[in-house]
Structure formats: C-alpha cells, structure tokens
Design a protein around this ligand. Structure first.
Ligand code: GSH
Length: 205
C-alpha cells in the first residue's frame, strides 16, 4: 500500500493522477497547507524540505518501505513500479526526454513563478507579466508540437502528459489569459481530462 501526502496543487495533481491512472492501491493523506501541516515534525521527517507531494510505499523494493518526495521522482518511481506510461521503444524513449523535462524544469517552474510572484503586490506586476509571457511562449511551442502528435511525447500517453496536465489545467482556471488561444493544446487537454483516471486524480475530496 502507498500513502500519498499531497494537496491539490500542480505538483500534487501529477502524483495523484499517476496513482489513479496506474490503479495502484493508495491512501490519500491530504495535507492542509494553510494549516502548515507540511512543516510539522512528522512531515519534515518524511521530507526535510517541507514540500508536498510525498509518497511512502510500504511495499517498496525488497519489501521495505520507501519514502519519495519530488513529484517528478514520484512519477518515475510509479511508472517503473507499475510498468506503465514510460515508452519502451528506444526511439520513443529518446523522444520522450525533452518534453518530459520541459514540463519538469521549464513550464512547471514558470507557472510556479507566476503563482508565487502574483501573490505579492502590484509592484510585481512587471515580473508577473514577464513570467506569463514566458509561459505563453512555451505554450506556443507545445501548441505547434501537438499539431503533429497526439500526446506530449508522441503517440502514446506517458508521464509527460500527466506532468504537464496539472500545470495547464490549473493555468486555464487560474490564469486564463496565459493559457488561451492554443487550439492543439486545448484538444490535448480535453482528451487527457476525459480519462477516467485523470478525473479521479483531480478529486481530492
Ligand atoms: N520540486 C518539488 C516542488 C514541490 C513544491 O514546491 N511543492 C509546493 C506545493 S506545489 C509546496 O509544498 N510548497 C510549500 C512551501 O513552499 O512551503 C516537486 O516537484 O515536488
């Protein structure tokens, strides 16, 4: 059994969607970030960085419990554990790395910067706009890519789709101006959104 400690943030969404898509057994241990439950001694013992999400797999390698913070590490761990959502064909695997890493290290942190900076004051409007513009530029590249391929890394669903989906769906609802006008991205978003596992993954109740 796996315990998932998460809140419905972009990083939490990708971990929960992956668990629901793989069908692995897990318990959701919802973290109340407003109550700062991610800074308690119990939580810090799992992740000294005090960041969500974290999984604890009580049946990890060798039958031993393993604790894994970092949403992208969680995606890879669960992909390997379940044997799902990682391309097996060497050419498809090679084509997977760039889109995967864009979601992890480029567009994801850009969304995070918009969310973080825009919470401060009007004085930071220029910085917010700067990151929103960067987000739009990434979206334009994704939109062109998705004109020629069905999913983020080609013609099969991979963890790159789940990694990006949480970001784009939150951008659409929270910062619509930077996620509007991309027809191919919308087609992809609607297709991923319609998956039963993704719908389950979005539900933190
Ligand atoms: N690189 C980490 C980032 C985790 C992260 O920043 N989590 C946010 C929620 S999305 C958090 O816990 N923030 C609390 C804080 O900054 O104190 C990951 O991908 O899991």
């Amino acid at each position: 059994m796996i315990d998932l400690y998460a809140a419905p943030t972009t990083n939490g969404l990708r971990a929960k969607i992956m668990l629901d898509e793989t069908g692995l057994d897990y318990n959701l241990r919802r973290v109340n970030m407003q109550a700062r439950e991610h800074k308690t001694p119990e939580f810090l013992a799992m992740n000294p960085m005090g960041l969500t999400p974290v999984i604890v797999d009580h049946d990890g390698p060798g039958g031993k419990a393993v604790t894994i913070p970092q949403s992208i590490a969680i995606l890879f761990y669960l992909a390997e554990k379940s044997g799902k959502f990682l391309p097996q064909d060497p050419a498809a695997r090679a084509a997977f790395w760039d889109p995967m890493m864009n979601t992890a290290t480029d567009i994801g942190p850009t969304y995070g910067a918009v969310a973080f900076i825009s919470r401060w004051s009007e004085a930071n409007a220029a910085a917010t706009e700067n990151f929103q513009q960067r987000f739009r530029e990434y979206c334009a590249v994704w939109d062109a890519k998705l004109a020629n391929q069905r999913y983020c890394a080609g013609d099969e669903v991979t963890i790159a789709d789940f990694s990006f989906f949480g970001i784009f769906t939150r951008a659409k609802s929270n910062y619509a101006a930077m996620a509007t006008g991309y027809a191919n991205l919308d087609r992809w978003h609607d297709e991923i959104n319609a998956r039963p596992g993704v719908q389950k993954g979005l539900n933190f109740d």
